[in-house]
Structure formats: C-alpha cells, structure tokens
Write a protein that binds this ligand. Structure first.
Ligand code: ZN
Length: 56
C-alpha cells in the first residue's frame, strides 16, 4: 500500500504541563492548522483530561 504524504504523524502536547503524551496522524488535506484534542494527561501535575495541542 502506497503511503501518501497527506497523512503525517504529529505529536500532541498537553497545553498545561507541555509534556508530549500522544502521537497521532492527521490528514493534511482535511485538517489544516493546529489540531486540538481532549486527552488524559498522565503527568502527576495533571492526572486528568486536559487540552492537548499539536506540537511542532
Ligand atoms: Zn499535562
């Protein structure tokens, strides 16, 4: 299966403690700009669902 460059791997970082907890893929054709997701942050300073933003 040919992998097109439209799907790129991005890192999701917690907006509160800035730790990079998740990686995901996004479709560059469909999603433009920064992605934001509510994710569980395992860091002791958070340990709850926080907003995670795409990190460069
Ligand atoms: Zn956090």
């Amino acid at each position: 299966m040919a992998q097109k460059e439209t799907r790129i791997i991005i890192t999701m970082a917690c907006t509160e403690c800035r730790s990079r907890n998740y990686t995901t893929t996004k479709n560059r054709m469909k999603q433009q700009g920064r992605m934001e997701l509510k994710k569980y942050c395992p860091r002791p300073s958070c340990r709850r669902h926080t907003l995670h933003r795409e990190a460069k």
